[in-house]
Design a protein around this ligand. Structure first.
Ligand code: COI
Length: 349
């Protein structure tokens, strides 16, 4: 791997306590290019723009997908990734569906470890703090024929993160738009899935909701995801979450929540989550919580659900009463090395 260090690192002038998520990047980035059927020499270089043509296939035809993962620093300044193998295998499920080349494991893992180690000073410490890491692959061939690209760039960039959507949010249960369809790319972290979500989210924002609960494209009868997250519903003391499918992302946080809930002895039902059942549970007082989970946000608690012309206001629970918040704590304690790691999820850098 070629390592070209920054001559002007910005970290010394960056306030790791006061920043907003996603707009400042660590001093370096990782890149590796694919051409003529093979990957080239991986490289770490100073973070910055790279020139491309507007005819690049990735921007015209959307062959692009990404991952979201985090690095955490514990009290002793040890640095940990969380379940990076899951992200590695998922990015290749995405590349395969989008007819992009597979990223070899050594390129992904070595690139990641070397980059995070080099820029470990950028990882903020403390409650809710982490470094958000974005591996991304996109088609770079300059040709306007609508076909599979012959050239790609795989890059890793990273940005300091603190919890966002920290306050409980109001979400709209979609009765028109869908995020994904059977046979489509909903399970992949395809860039286009996010592009397609922005307009319905903007409409929901105009109605006063922060996020959309995505429902199926056939009759909007079933919950699928929420915003950029997987979704969980608690009725009495049982948790329900949609089964992963063609349409639903196999979230690392989702899987971790399920395992942590089961470890606490909470019943988790993985299957169809019917909008009607959720509304009925609200009406008979058994709907306790609805929340979203994802790498960036960890957990977003929903305070109300917009359903047709109704607003279903959920009970306010203490941190101890709330499954969403107590499982979030179980998870972040493991991620930040404050608790035992019974599942072997931490990966030391
Ligand atoms: C993540 O949680 O990693 C996501 O993909 C959300 C991101 C679009 C901010």
């Amino acid at each position: 791997m070629i390592i070209q260090k920054s001559a002007n690192p910005r970290i010394s002038n960056f306030d790791l306590e006061n920043f907003s998520f996603g707009n400042t990047f660590i001093d370096h980035m990782f890149i590796c290019e694919y051409e003529d059927g093979k990957w080239g020499e991986p490289k770490i270089m100073p973070y910055g723009p790279i020139g491309f043509s507007p005819a690049m296939m990735g921007v015209n035809y959307g062959q692009a997908c990404f991952e979201g993962m985090k690095a955490y620093k514990d009290e002793n300044d040890d640095v940990f990734l969380f379940r990076p193998e899951k992200n590695f295998s998922r990015i290749n499920k995405s590349t395969s569906r989008l007819a992009m080349p597979e990223i070899p494991k050594d390129i992904f893992m070595e690139g990641l470890k070397t980059l995070i180690d080099l820029d470990r000073d950028w990882i903020p410490k403390g409650e809710g703090m982490s470094l958000y890491i974005r591996p991304v692959i996109f088609a770079t061939e300059e040709v306007l024929k609508a076909r599979i690209s012959n050239k790609y760039m795989f890059a890793i960039v990273a940005t300091p993160a603190k919890s966002y959507y920290a306050e409980p949010v109001s979400v709209k249960i979609s009765d028109h738009y869908s995020r994904a369809a059977n046979g489509g790319v909903g399970f992949a972290k395809a860039a286009g899935n996010y592009a397609a979500s922005f307009y319905p989210t903007k409409l929901a924002n105009e109605e006063g909701f922060e996020q959309v609960i995505w429902t199926d494209d056939i009759a909007h009868e079933y919950f699928e995801e929420s915003g950029t997250m997987n979704v969980f519903v608690r009725i009495n003391d049982t948790i329900y979450t949609p089964k992963t499918s063609d349409k639903i992302l196999d979230g690392v946080t989702r899987d971790s929540f399920i395992k942590l809930a089961e470890k606490r002895g909470i019943e988790v039902v993985i299957g169809d989550v019917r909008v009607k059942d959720v509304v009925e549970a609200f009406d008979n007082g058994t709907l306790k919580e609805v929340w979203g989970v994802g790498t960036a946000v960890v957990t977003s608690v929903f305070k109300s659900l917009g359903y047709q012309d109704r607003l279903l206001t959920l009970p306010v629970l203490s941190d101890e009463e709330s499954f969403a918040l107590s499982l979030k704590k179980d998870l972040t304690d493991i991620q930040t090395n404050k608790a035992e790691d019974p599942f072997g999820w931490r990966f030391k850098v």
